[in-house]
Design a protein around this ligand. Structure first.
Ligand code: SAM
Length: 314
């Protein structure tokens, strides 16, 4: 049986049948305009290989899952709200390519999850991505979890991540270095993926409507930090280098009103930073917010920690 899962009445009746209400505490704003999940699923699949798999975070009442099921060979959806699991079992029952897993995405071991659900598909040359209309309160934790789940020495084993987030967050994620929206999260993510804002979605497309406008963003993971200037060639030194770059980003944005030299004083000697900035071709009074991910890598290659001696890019 086919269910129109973007129809408010259908969803309300199903929720009544299973004695569940929408939970604000789980960030539940369900999509009610089918053209939105349809477009999200199409954008997501356009970045996927063949065969293609997708992990959905938070299927809710299945509005997006249904469209993902039509575009992807395999969908594995992780839902935290136990009350929605039997409802999802009913409405997605006809889709043989969908598996619903009850659980907290933030607590999953992502590499093991991918291997458990998609290893045959990947062995067959396929790709896996992640898609979600994200609960706003866990947007950053979800993104950081995904970024940190994989060894920085290699690319992430994900073809794409397509997320609905608050427009304000979308602007931050896709910001260019030096712009007002640019921040630590933008620079850290850029070490692993290119991010693009695709389209805006107004509150009226959700039930209940959120207070703010939302946007869909696309993350395209690239080959990782090793592609940037100054990154060490040998894989066993990448992890230490990645840590150094991330620490620089965190220090720089922790005190974004200060010059980079002053922001880094808690960790580095003034003359070392000045020297590194000069070698990397930056003005001595530059602020961290002007530096792109590539710039932070270049700087890190000249700025080894006190115990390190490898000061130059390779
Ligand atoms: N995908 C549905 C849609 O677009 O209509 C629902 C999206 S709703 C914004 C977010 C969903 O994520 C809810 O169903 C919520 O219960 C679920 N959720 C919240 N926190 C979660 C977590 N940590 N892990 C998995 N699902 C979660």
């Amino acid at each position: 049986m086919y269910y129109d899962l973007c129809n408010m009445r259908t969803v309300r009746e199903l929720m009544e049948k299973y004695s569940v209400g929408t939970k604000k505490s789980f960030g539940q704003n369900f999509l009610i305009n089918p053209s939105v999940p349809e477009r999200i699923a199409r954008e997501a699949v356009s970045r996927a290989g063949s065969p293609c798999g997708v992990i959905e975070i938070g299927p809710g009442a299945g509005a997006l899952t249904q469209f993902l099921a039509q575009e992807f060979d395999r969908v594995v959806a992780v839902e935290l709200d136990r009350g929605l699991i039997p409802l999802l079992g009913e409405v997605l029952g006809e889709y043989r390519n969908v598996t619903v897993v009850e659980g907290d995405f933030l607590k999953t071991d992502l590499p093991a999850f991918i291997s458990d659900h998609f290893s045959d598909l990947i062995r067959g040359g396929g790709t896996v991505g992640i898609c979600a209309n994200l609960p706003y309160y866990i947007t950053s934790p979800v993104i950081m979890k995904i970024m940190e789940s994989f060894d920085p020495a290699g690319p992430m084993p994900l073809a794409f991540m397509t997320f609905m987030v608050q427009t304000e967050v979308a602007r931050r994620l896709a910001a260019k270095a030096g712009s007002p929206d640019y921040g630590a999260i933008t620079a850290s993510i850029a070490l692993r993926a290119d991010v693009e804002k695709l389209f805006d979605v107004s509150p009226g497309n959700f039930m209940p409507p959120p207070k703010v406008t939302s946007s869909v963003v696309m993350f395209r993971p690239h080959e990782g930090i090793r592609k940037f200037p100054g990154a060490p060639g040998s894989p066993d030194r990448i992890s230490e280098f990645d840590g150094r770059v991330r620490e620089l980003i965190s220090l720089a944005f922790g005190m974004r009103r200060k010059t980079l030299v002053n922001a880094l004083l808690s960790k580095y000697a003034r003359e070392d930073v000045t020297d590194a900035l000069e070698k990397a071709g930056f003005r001595p009074d530059i602020r961290g917010e002007k530096l792109s991910a590539a710039d932070f890598c270049m700087l890190a290659s000249y700025l080894s920690g006190p115990e390190k001696t490898d000061k130059r890019p390779e």
